[in-house]
Design a binder for this molecule. Structure first.
Ligand SMILES: C[S@@+](CC[C@H](N)C(=O)[O-])C[C@H]1O[C@@H](n2cnc3c(N)ncnc32)[C@H](O)[C@@H]1O
Length: 345
């Protein structure tokens, strides 16, 4: 068997059984494995881990063996005769209240509501209509479903907030200058206000407005110095020096993006205003960036969960920005798979 054949033999089975990885990680999250190991403070033997979790040792051993194989956890010697489980950079992201936790996002994406639509992806590619796989599976489009189901809305907003913490920290480290001179900022589609709370904490001179759909802001926590405003960004956006749009435009098609961007333009001053977009920028040709895989996965998520959303290349961003009447923009890289696009009237 040649090298490529041998690789294909492993890869094809990873497609057959691919979901086991997510399921095992979700199981570890639900059991609190990473939290218990973190609290223990040193490599933890299976017997102690099973006792702490009140879990059947033989079954826990199988889950842990699988996750150690994928380097989610690792096994280390304890003294000369026994072994214990400890955390890797990956499992540190599975600590529920960890600084870089991704737990709420995994719980969202692995929920039945978000998994069901994947079964209709081929129908989506075949059909000309506008029913998304999400709607085919759940009977309503994504935003109507979140409005009608407070439990799902909370799951979604918590997931967005956990991702927002990571991205805002990368922006503050990578390009804090995008907020220079900004005295007031509106986060349009700001969810529960997490991003704005972190920005105002870092730049206390900024007067922050967290703007989202009424059912989202009504349950948003109150952060000091931030005003929560409910509304529809297709109708109007509160006035400010700058509009922050993180993970908004990829939910919509070009025509809808142009409508939102025109509302942003109306909200900011012509002379010193700007729009700060945080999104993925797809490579126009393959440059071998490993993170491109994440961007392309996100594009599949947009196709499956939104009506017409998509990730965009620089050329596609340029098109929607120009059509919305903006004259210039620049793109800044930050750590991770997203970029910051500064856009000027
Ligand atoms: C993908 S989430 C991004 C949330 C946040 N910007 C972040 O990155 O964490 C999109 C947000 O847009 C909001 N949204 C959807 N339609 C909207 C509308 N018509 N007007 C205002 N907000 C809207 C949703 O409620 C949701 O909070």
């Amino acid at each position: 068997m040649g090298d490529m054949e041998a690789r294909a033999e492993v890869d094809i089975w990873s497609y057959v059984f691919g979901y086991t990885k997510t399921a095992a990680v979700k199981c570890a999250i639900e059991l609190g494995v990473a939290d218990v190991i973190e609290n223990h403070g040193s490599p933890m033997p299976l017997s102690q881990l099973a006792a702490a979790l009140r879990y059947v040792p033989s079954r826990l051993q199988r889950i842990m063996r699988f996750l150690v194989h994928y380097q989610v956890f690792k096994e280390e010697p304890i003294g000369q005769h026994s072994m214990g489980f400890s955390l890797t950079p990956l499992s540190r992201r599975l600590i529920k209240h960890g600084e870089k936790t991704i737990v709420p996002f995994i719980l969202l994406m692995s929920s039945p509501i978000m998994l069901g639509p994947w079964h209709s992806l081929s129908a989506r590619v075949l059909q000309r209509g506008n029913i998304s796989p999400f709607e085919a599976a759940n009977g309503m489009d994504f935003w109507s479903y979140t409005e009608a189901n407070p439990g799902h809305s909370k799951l979604f907003n918590d997931a967005m907030a956990c991702k927002a913490r990571l991205t805002i920290s990368a922006i503050i480290k990578g390009c804090p200058e995008v907020f220079d001179g900004v005295q007031s900022l509106v986060d349009a589609g700001g969810g529960n206000g997490t991003a704005m709370s972190l920005l105002v904490k870092q730049f206390p001179r900024i007067r922050g407005i967290n703007f989202d759909l009424p059912h989202v802001v009504v349950v948003a926590p109150k952060f000091g110095g931030i005003e929560n405003v409910g509304g529809d960004m297709f109708m109007s956006i509160p006035n400010a020096d700058a509009v922050f749009l993180m993970w908004i435009l990829h939910d919509w098609d070009d025509e809808e993006c142009i409508k939102i961007l025109k509302k942003c333009r109306e909200a900011i001053p012509e002379d010193k205003g700007k729009v700060i977009i945080v999104e993925a920028v797809l490579e126009e040709e393959n440059k071998g960036d490993e993170l491109e895989y994440v961007r392309l996965m996100l594009d599949m998520v947009m196709m499956t969960h939104t009506n017409k959303g998509k990730e965009r290349s620089l050329k596609e961003w340029s098109y929607v920005l120009q059509e919305s009447g903006f004259t210039r923009f620049n793109v800044k890289s930050i750590q991770g798979f997203e970029s910051v696009i500064e856009v000027y009237p």
